[in-house]
Design a protein around this ligand. Structure first.
Ligand SMILES: Nc1nc2c(ncn2[C@@H]2O[C@H](COP(=O)(O)OP(=O)(O)OP(=O)(O)O)[C@@H](O)[C@H]2O)c(=O)[nH]1
Ligand SMILES: [Zn+2]
Length: 212
């Protein structure tokens, strides 16, 4: 944290984002006013009982769904890096992803599988899903989400390689638009050893195996 409002520094590289005080009641109030207008403009009555608190709920929900802007993924990783003589692949798979596409601000959701090969240091396992969330809880495209997770791990932990695979359903493709209910989008990003076919194949085999 290095600013007057105690808002943690966000990760670099998000064009156009400016820092906000996400939990400020004035901000929630101001967003609620906009959502009240939205309700009116879609033909609803914002004063009917069921909708009275809806603008405020939606405002709080949106602020929560984008709270990743306030988090610094590199700080999270460095907070739990341990020197360890382990040089095989570490895979954390089936990490739930909930994000929102930046085109329609509709959810996309699914799973992320993340692997790295240590180079002297390992990271606390829980930190991997945490950094997935840091980048997912922003307006995103799946490709950038995938690359940001890869780059963050590579630059911070400096392992021998990183592999990230993300599989998601996009509500903007199922609830509206092209209306394809069953299509799943898969993206991947690799560095170092994972650029070699043998390592990549090992990773892909591990994430497709079932424990139970
Ligand atoms: N590459 C990529 N595209 C995405 C993602 N999420 C949503 N989109 C796409 O963003 C595109 C936006 O295209 P536009 O033609 O400007 O928007 P639109 O008229 O609403 O398009 P339709 O969804 O086809 O109705 C659509 O093709 C979406 O499917 C994502 O994570 N990655
Ligand atoms: Zn979309």
């Amino acid at each position: 944290m290095d600013n007057d409002n105690n808002i943690p520094d966000r990760d670099e590289g998000i064009n156009g984002y400016h820092k906000i005080d996400r939990y400020n009641p004035d901000l929630i109030q101001s967003l609620s006013t906009h959502y009240k207008d939205v309700l009116e403009q879609i033909g609803e009555d914002p004063n009917r009982e069921g909708l009275l608190k809806t603008p405020e709920r939606v405002a709080k929900a949106l602020l929560y769904l984008t709270h990743g802007y306030d988090l610094n993924a590199k700080e999270i990783l460095t907070s739990a890096m341990f020197k360890e003589d382990y040089s095989q692949m570490v895979v954390v798979k089936d990490i739930e992803v909930y994000s929102m596409c930046e085109h329609h601000m509709l959810p996309f959701f699914g799973k992320a599988h993340v692997a790295y090969i240590p180079n002297g240091y390992v990271v606390g396992l829980s930190k991997i899903p945490r950094i997935v969330d840091v980048f997912a809880r922003r307006l995103q495209v799946q490709e950038r989400l995938t690359n940001e997770i890869r780059d963050c791990i590579q630059e911070t932990l400096q392992p021998l390689g990183v592999g990230v695979v993300i599989e998601c359903r996009h509500l903007c493709m199922s609830m509206r638009g092209v209306q394809k209910q069953n299509s799943v989008t898969t993206t991947s990003a690799f560095t170092g050893e994972f650029l070699k076919e043998k390592t990549r194949t090992e990773f892909l085999n591990l994430i497709s195996s079932k424990l139970s």
